[in-house]
Design a protein around this ligand. Structure first.
Ligand code: AMP
Ligand code: MG
Length: 340
């Protein structure tokens, strides 16, 4: 793999023009979006997209999401836009929703992970929009982390994972959403949620009555199971430390931690400091689903930075937008749940 001296760019016009030029030249650039930072390349340029997979160490059958900055860009990318897809796009774009649609011939199979469909999203982040517009091309962009590790929500996280592997990162501050987009596919006017995000099931039901949540969202799929969303089968979002989800009332969780935590290398992640005590180091990740989504990945990365070996994360509420947080945490914890 080619090595680079990775430049940290700001979101000023001059730096955005520089980033866009790199992208036009077939290079990969780390870009901010409202969900998480992305590792972007020209979605129609096969050799550029291959560099994303190399930089990330991502399996080649795991498709990339293609980002646009204007709904009119859809025409080049997909062969059909169903009425339900159009309704969803009109309601939730720009925003954290990815819609899987039949791909056009302009999208190479490297981008779609070998599938005949492509996931498209119109991000609301102004810097992302400016970069896509300046480049004039739709950008394929998975999360800008090394495959398997927690997604980056700060430019520094991208640098930690990608230093030397890509030519540049645009710093657009902290991601306001913090977890990846909701991914949906649509068949016979039924919306299937392949990955939950901050566009919740209830919000989708507002547009279309028939919404189902794919079984892969909350369950560990059998290797032989038919996978509708290839990303579901890969190890995901994990820090180096072993993560456990701990489920139960505050007093029971405190008692469990007192009995089981004996070293500074064990860390508890709670909502807002309610588990704090002399016995245990605690990092909070927020008391609402929005806060938890915003902070989860940064807290997991923080645990690694301070040398944690085991991390006990208090189980979030799974309802509404919380489903997205729980889905990420389940994978970070490799489905290890302690019930107290
Ligand atoms: P990331 O790029 O890291 O945000 O992950 C993108 C995920 O979206 C993939 O791992 C898939 O699970 C899902 N996805 C993207 N495109 C498709 C598609 N065409 N069909 C089904 N799932 C998709
Ligand atoms: Mg990812």
């Amino acid at each position: 793999m080619q090595r680079y001296e990775t430049k940290m760019l700001s979101d000023c016009d001059e730096d955005i023009a520089y980033a866009a030029q790199l992208l036009k030249n077939g290079e990969v650039v780390g870009i901010p979006t409202e969900t998480v930072y992305g590792l972007a390349a020209d979605a129609e340029n096969e050799s550029a997209v291959k560099k994303i997979f190399e930089a990330k160490g991502r399996p080649s059958d795991n498709p990339l999401i293609v980002h646009i900055s204007d709904i009119s860009m859809l025409d080049r990318l997909v062969s059909v836009v169903s009425p339900v897809a159009l309704k969803c796009a009109e309601r939730f774009w720009p925003g954290p929703l990815t819609i899987v649609m039949p791909k056009s011939d302009n999208i190479p199979y490297v981008t779609s992970g070998g599938l005949d469909t492509v996931g498209v999203r119109f991000p609301s982040h102004k810097t992302a929009q400016k970069i896509i517009s300046a480049c004039g091309k739709a950008l394929a962009a998975p999360s800008a982390n090394l495959s398997g590790s927690p997604s980056p929500t700060l430019a520094k996280h991208v640098l930690d994972d990608m230093n030397g592997r890509i030519p540049a990162i645009v710093d657009g501050g902290s991601c306001t959403v913090g977890v990846e987009s909701t991914v949906i596919s649509i068949e016979n006017d039924v919306i299937r949620v392949l990955r939950p995000g901050m566009v919740s099931v209830d919000m989708l039901k507002d547009v279309c009555e028939n919404v189902i949540v794919d079984e892969g969202v909350l369950e560990q799929l059998d290797i032989t199971a038919k996978v509708r969303s290839p990303g579901m089968k890969y190890k995901h979002y994990s820090p180096k430390a072993q993560v456990y989800i701990i489920k139960g009332g505050t007093r029971d969780v405190v008692t469990y931690l007192e009995e089981h935590i004996h070293t500074q290398k064990d860390i508890a992640v709670d909502f807002c400091g309610e588990l704090a005590g002399d016995h245990v180091r605690v990092l909070p990740y927020g008391s609402t689903a929005k806060e938890q989504a915003q902070n989860l990945f940064a807290v997991l990365r923080n645990c690694d930075d301070i040398g944690a070996e085991r991390v006990f994360v208090r189980c979030p509420d799974k309802s509404g937008e919380g489903l997205a947080v729980y889905n990420r945490l389940l994978r970070a914890a490799a489905f290890r749940i302690i019930e107290v």
